[in-house]
Design a protein. Sequence first.
Lengths: 106, 538
Amino acid sequence: MIDMLIGITLLPLVLITPGLAWTFVILPANRVPWPERLGWSIGLSIIVAPLSVFWANLGLGVPVTPWGIALVLLAVTSLPVALSLAKGRLMSSFRERLRHDSRRSR
Amino acid sequence: MTVLRDTFGLAIGIAFPAFLILLVARELGVLPGLGFLPYLPPVLAVLAIPAIRRTGLPQVSRLPKPALLVGAAFVVAVSVRLGLSLAYETPLGYDAGLYRYVFNAYSFGLPDIPESSLAEWVRTVYPQGLPTFVTALAVFTGLSADALVRYGLPLLSAALVVPIYWIGREAFSQRAGVTAAVLYAISYTHLFTFGLLYLKNAVGLLLLLLALHALQKRQHALFGVFVGGIGIYHRPTLLIVVAVALVFALATRQPRVLSSLALGAIIAAPMLILRWDANWGLLADALGGNAGAATAANDGGGTFFDLGTYRWASLAYQPFALIAVVWCLVRRDWNLPLLLMAVAGGIVALQLFFFRRQIIPLDLAMLLKAGKGIDLAIAWLPEGRRMAMVGALGALLVVGTGAASVRYLDEASPLMDRDQLAVVEWISDGVPADAIIVASAYDAPWVAGWSGREVIAPGQFDIVIHDREEWLDFLESDSADAASEFLSQYPAPLYIYYSGRTASYLDVSKFTGPKFSLVHEEAGARVYAFASSSDLRD
C-alpha cells in the first residue's frame, strides 16, 4: 500500500514536470491559460520522457533503473529551465539595450 | 426568400427532433425495423442548406458553467471505463496479452532497452514510444505495467474530453465544445475502442487532439513536437496528422506549418530509422493499400467494427455533424475538425491503410462537427419555446447516442475468463522453457502474454510457414494425420493451447492418436503436447 502511494506520488515527476518545464520554452510565458498549459504539459511529458530515456540509454549508456531515470528526468527538466532563464536574461538585456538606444536618439 | 429560409429553418428545427424520436423509439425497441433511418441524415443536411445560407442566425445565450459540464463528462467517461476495467479479473480486449508480452520483453531486457533483441513482430507492430514510456514509468514509480494499463487507460481514454472541448470551443463555440465532450463521454464507438484495449490508439488520439489544438492556437513549435511524438507512438495517426496539416497549410496559406512538420520529422525520424526495415515494409503496404497483409491470416477478435456498424452507432449525431459540414463548406471555413473528418473519412471510405481503425479519429471529427450542428439546430428552434426544446433535444440525443453504449456495458466481458487464463499461466511452469505453443488467432495474444513461451498463430508473430488457407484447413480439420503433418513443420517441442471459447476456432477432435497427448485441462481449456516423428523414434 505504501509502495503504491509512493508510486502514485512519483507519477507527476514523469507525467507533468518535464513537459511543464518545456512549455516555458516553447510557449509564451503569460499568454497561455493554466488548464491548457497543464494539458500540453502532460502531452509533452508523454513525448519527452520516453525519448530522453530511450536515447540516454542507447546513446549514452544511462541504465534504465530508478536512479538512471531520475537522472535523465532531472536533466531533461533542468535544460528547459536553464534555457528559459537564459532567454529571460537575453530578453531583458535586449530590452535594456533598446531603452538605452531610444534614450540616446532622443 | 427570407420567409422561405425561415420556414426551412423552422422545419429543420422540427425535423431533427422528429428524427431523434424515431431513433430513440428504435433503440428502446418501441419501433423495431426503421432500416431507412441511416439514409435520413444526408437528406436532412441537404434540406438545411437554404437555412444555412441565411446570415445572422439569432444569438443563443452562452453556457453558464462550461468547465462544470466538461468535468461532468469526464466523470461519466472515467466511471464507465474504470467500472468496466475493474469488473473482471482478466483484462478486457484482444490486445491485452500482446501488450503484456511487449512490456515483459522490455522489462526482461533491463537495465537496457532491448532494441536489438526484440522479436521481429514487436519491432514491426510496436513503435518504441509506448513500451519505453510504460517501462520507464513502471521502473521509476515501482508500479506494475499491468496496474498502469488497468488504471491508466481508463483515465487516459476519459481525459480526451478536455482537448475535444478545447478544439470544439476554438473551432466553433463554447457550446459546440461542451456538446462534443459530452457526446464523447457516451459514444459507443469510443467505449468499444476502450473495450478492445487499443492502448497505442488512445495515446495517439490524445497527442493528435493536443497537436490540433496547438495548431488552432498557432503554436507551431508545439505542434511540431506533438507530430514527432505521434510518430514514436502510433504511425497510422502520424499519417493522419501529417495529411491534415498539409491540407490545412494549403487551405489557410500558413507555410510555417511545413516547418512544424519538419521539426516533427527531426524528433521522430531517428527512432523510425532504427527500425527502417520494418517501417519501410509497413509504409509500402499502407501506400499500396495493402495494410494488414502481414496479418492476413489473422481472423482473431481484435478487429474494429465496420462502416455499416458505425453508421448505426453514430446515427444520433450524424445529421448534426453533416449539417455542420455543409455550414463550413458554404462558408469556406476550413477548420481542423472538418479537415480531420475529410482525411479520416476519405481513408475509411476508400478502404486505405488500417481503414477500420480510422473510424476512431473519424468519429472524433464527427463529434466535434455534431457539436457545431447542434449549436445551429438550437439557433433554429422557435424562440418562444427554445429552452424546453433544447432540453428535449438534449435528452433525445443523449438517449439516442448512449443506448448502444449501455447495451455494450451489459454485453462486454473479457475474451478469456480467469480459469482459462490459469491454464495459460500453467504453461509457464508445466512445459519446457524452449517449448513453442500453437494457438488460434483468438487465443494467441493471451498465450503470448501469460505463458512466457514463443507462440505460433495464424498471421501473427515471427514463425510464419503457412498461409491463411492452410491455417483454416488445419483449424477446421478433424484429421489427426493432417494435423500431424501440419505441425511437424514447426520446431519441437511443440504444444497446443485451446481456451474452449466458441470464438476460438479450433477443432480439437483431431488431437488424438499416438502423436497427441492431453497434458493439462481445466474449465474447458486444454494443453496438448505434440510429438513429431523424430520424438516418437527417440
